[in-house]
Design a protein around this ligand. Sequence first.
Ligand code: HEC
Length: 182
Amino acid sequence: MKRGFVVVLLSSLTLLGAAPALAADGAALYQTYCASCHQADGQGIPGTYPFIDGPIGRLSTLPEGREFLVASVLFGLKGQMVQRGVTYDGVMPGFAAAMSDEEVVALLNWLKTQWKNANFGASAPDYTPEEVARVRALSLKPEEVMAKLQAVEQILHANNPGGHGQGNCPDHAPPAGRGPGR
Ligand code: HEC
């Protein structure tokens, strides 16, 4: 494939969203929809945008975590969360209107194998359009998506007591006082 063609292909993906005839490209979708906040390397901006290098891999291993991830991309996220002692109380927009089920699949399958996400995510099952369609039908509010994160945190911490920040624990905990399992 000639270099010029690749450049044209990537810029049309960025400008128009993936055209139906083209396979959705996870890396390009990340650049378009996520990197402005979570940064090209997934490290975010501490205190403003959480890092997503690590959490996406671990969350992808659990049905509840997968549902949370799909829902956060579709419906956004609002409420308080803590990552390695840093509190976030921001708002993430949802992309249900912008992204097709196939694009969400391509994005999450790419993300779960990037950076440290690959430690757990590479062996997690691939996301499927059926999985995304099922979550899309739930039509959640951003606050409800945050409640899903808190629920999955409880499961991860219960599986790994005392292991915050390592193993199966996704780098962050529910706000203090939200119950057991931190
Ligand atoms: C406009 C900025 C912005 C964009 C764009 C954005 N996010 Fe977020 N994201 C946030 C904020 C802010 C939070 C924390 C939300 C809170 O505090 O309630 C967050 C949280 C998250 C979390 C939870 C992290 C964790 O540790 O559980 C994930 C996962 C996530 N974003 C993935 C994505 C993906 C994937 C995209 C692209 C489709 C994306 N975000 C686009 C701002 C953004």
